[in-house]
Each structure stands twice: as C-alpha cells, then as structure tokens.
Design a protein around this ligand. Structure first.
Ligand SMILES: [Zn+2]
Length: 180
C-alpha cells in the first residue's frame, strides 16, 4: 500500500524510504515572511515547488535520509537602478540530509557540503521552502536591462552620480553644489 504524505506534516524518513515525490503551489501571500519582501501586489502570485525523498545506503544500519527540493517564484520588487517595478525570479534547487537532531546537525554542519536538518515525522515543508526562497531574495534587486533610460542620467553627469545607489553621499554632494 502506498503511503500518503502531507507537505505540512511530512514524515521525512518514510518519504525517503518510499522515494516519494510531492509537488504543489503555494499562494505567495500565504508565505508572510516572503510576502513582506515584496514591493508590489502578491495577489495571484504563487510559489511552485516539488520535493523528492531519497534513501542512500539503504542496506546500512543507519541509512541516509535525503530530501531534494526545487522551488521557484517571481517576487515583485523595485529595481534599484531605475526605481520601476521588477519581477525578481527566485529559484531554489537544493539537497538536504536529515540527521538525528539539531545538535547533530550543528556538529556536522561545518564538514558537510550539503545542508543538514533535524529529522522529524511532522516536518513543515512549506516553512523550509519559504526559508530557502528568502535566502535568494537579492539585497539590490535590478532589471537585467532596465525598460526605460534611468531618469535624469542623460543631461548632467552629476545627476547620474546622484541617482546611483552605490554612492549614498552623492546626494549630499549635489545639495552642496546647488547652494554654492
Ligand atoms: Zn530597472
């Protein structure tokens, strides 16, 4: 008989033993920490995800429990170059190995190349998906190519400097120039 798995309360070991798969979509608005990073409406946006369980060294006394996770979303943000809206693609494709508990995960974390998590029979997969997507949110979101010329950048090279976010004091310099 095939076991049924729930993303919200995932029995991670059983999921790996069955080499099971789950996939779904989560409304972006229901992932509140991620939605808080949005700079535009999130209605109708969703996170698409899929997960696969894998048991390695199945014949071993303590087989390795793995979870492979893929997730993607388009997060509405503000381009820091042209200040227009930009949809930032967030993409996660990562493998996790589950160990006995948090202490083991912390102890082995430095040596392991993969990410380690504490095993659980009621693992909250949507929370992991949100954690991973949050790590992909860029500090300085930008268009690859801005749809319009950056405003005020054409005529005066001083303005271009002032508009660049890399120079936080450029604005002050412009103010001083105006006064003189
Ligand atoms: Zn832009």
């Amino acid at each position: 008989m095939k076991r049924q798995f729930s993303a919200e309360r995932l029995d991670v070991r059983a999921f790996a033993e069955d080499a099971a798969e789950l996939a779904g979509s989560i409304p972006l608005g229901s992932l509140q920490r991620l939605a808080a990073e949005a700079r535009g409406p999130v209605e109708g946006r969703q996170v698409d995800w899929s997960a696969q369980g894998e048991l390695r060294n199945a014949g071993h006394v303590q087989p390795d429990v793995w979870l492979h996770l893929q997730a993607q979303a388009l997060l509405p943000m503000t381009c820091q170059r042209c200040l227009e809206p930009v949809d930032v693609p967030l993409e996660v494709d990562r493998a996790f190995r589950f160990v006995a508990d948090e202490d083991t995960a912390a102890a082995e974390d430095d040596e392991a190349e993969e990410d380690l998590l504490a095993i659980s029979r009621t693992f909250d997969l949507p929370a992991l998906i949100e954690d991973e997507l949050l790590m992909e949110v860029p500090v300085v979101p930008r268009h690859d190519v801005c749809p319009h010329a950056v405003p005020l950048s054409v005529a005066d090279p001083g303005f271009e400097e002032a508009a660049a976010p890399e120079h936080p004091f450029a604005g002050l310099r412009v103010l001083k120039t105006d006064r003189s």
